[in-house]
Design a protein around this ligand. Structure first.
Ligand SMILES: *[C@@H]1O[C@H](CO)[C@@H](O)[C@H](O)[C@H]1NC(C)=O
Ligand SMILES: *[C@@H]1O[C@H](CO)[C@@H](O)[C@H](O)[C@H]1NC(C)=O
Length: 368
């Protein structure tokens, strides 16, 4: 009988060589090679980008739990806020295994323009609010909920600027962010789309049984929202008003795993694609038992580390601007050898694209 460590080693080698072979076959082209870099000196992972309503910023949330703010005149970042009161061993860390759940991990961020409050979807701390003076973000006040919302993996949000209500995604009720690979491999369907109302302080569950719900964005007129279902490589459209209210449709099927979604001022949405869906992974995903077997033989952190090292070298970032009807309007593809190997978000402002990533020590800026 082969021992479990041996099976584990053999599986790892086979799995990742198959993925590598698959990736190397693909030529990359596009124009993102001309991208400028805004370095983040002491840590990594500016996952989401927000600009203050009066125009300062950008603000980003990073791997050590801080929200930092760019000072263009001084050409440096300053600390603006934190999402967890416990900061022991946090400063500068990107240790997912032992620190992330303590220090917090801010993912989606968005300003409520009329109050200047920054709302944060922290993967571990849930939905938080950070006032204009910064400091420690506080949980949003809520009334007793008809059903408890698990605090495992809050991910992304968008705000109705007229009444301050917040639409947000909860990626999984079983896995934390640091085990996000397991959400994909196991075919987990415990994600939710939720809404928070400022006045009633009530959280409503809009949709359940989602496969890795991720980025979310309201349409320009607010009649629907779109969100990414990462495992299924697709964008869904959920109607909020009009006679179609409550309907859910597939808006776009994508060539890879989508992360955040932002409205573009030129129309439609920017969808950041973390990595391409290669054939091997598609095959594993079509048999959820295989994915679960992989999680059984290999510790999730080993899979996660191997995958993140690989994606760094194989570079596969891609971003699409799609119309409100799901038609691809623009494609940005990373050139091979580009420093930025994965994109988590594209935020368009004043003819510039600000590109975030979950693991790079910088923001990418691209002039349109
Ligand atoms: C959908 O999710 C609910 C709990 O949120 C669960 O009880 C139900 O079985 C799920 N339905 C399907 C078809 O998976
Ligand atoms: C946004 O808020 C306004 C004002 O309350 C409301 O009329 C509109 O339906 C809301 N839209 C969404 C998408 O929540």
């Amino acid at each position: 009988m082969a021992s479990k460590p041996f099976i584990a080693l053999a599986t790892t080698v086979l799995f990742f060589s198959l993925i590598a072979v698959n990736h190397f076959g693909k030529p990359f082209h596009g124009k993102l090679g001309e991208m400028e870099i805004v370095p983040i000196t002491d840590t990594v992972g500016p996952e989401s980008v927000a600009f203050h309503p009066v125009g300062d910023g950008p603000y980003v949330g990073i791997s050590d739990g801080r929200i930092i703010k760019w000072q263009p005149n001084e050409h440096r970042w300053i600390s603006f806020g934190i999402t967890s009161p416990n900061r022991e061993g946090c400063e500068g860390t990107d240790d997912h295994e032992t620190r992330e759940h303590i220090c917090g991990r801010p993912l989606g961020i968005c300003f409520h323009e009329s109050t200047g409050d920054l709302y944060i979807a922290d993967a571990y701390m849930g939905l938080l609010k950070l006032g204009p003076a910064g400091g420690l973000a506080t949980p949003i006040p809520t009334h007793a909920q008809p059903q408890p919302i698990p605090s495992t993996f809050t991910n992304s949000l968008d705000i109705n600027q007229s009444d301050g209500s917040i639409y947000f995604t909860h990626t999984s009720s079983l896995y934390h962010r640091r085990n996000h690979i397991a959400v994909v491999l196991s075919g987990d369907k415990t994600g939710m789309l939720l809404k928070y109302e400022q006045e009633s302080k009530q959280i409503t569950v809009l949709l359940t049984n989602l496969s890795f719900p991720n980025g979310v964005a309201l349409s320009k007129d607010g009649s629907f929202l779109v969100f990414a279902e990462t495992t299924k490589c697709r964008i869904l459209r959920y109607w909020l008003s009009t006679p179609k209210a409550g309907n859910l449709e597939t808006l776009a099927q994508l060539p890879g795993f989508p992360d955040n979604i932002k409205r573009s001022p030129r129309g439609g949405f920017w969808v950041a694609i973390h990595s391409r869906r290669c054939k091997v992974l598609s095959w594993i995903l079509s048999y959820s038992k295989l994915g679960n077997a992989l999680i059984w033989v290999l510790p999730v952190d080993v899979i996660t580390k191997a995958y993140s090292v690989m994606s760094k070298y194989l570079g596969s970032g891609l971003a699409l601007r799609i119309s409100e009807e799901g038609v691809v309007l623009e494609t940005l593809e990373l050139e091979s050898g580009n420093k930025m190997s994965s994109i988590s978000e594209v935020q368009e402002k004043d003819d510039h694209l600000w590109m975030g990533s979950i693991n790079m020590p910088f923001l990418g800026v691209y002039r349109l």
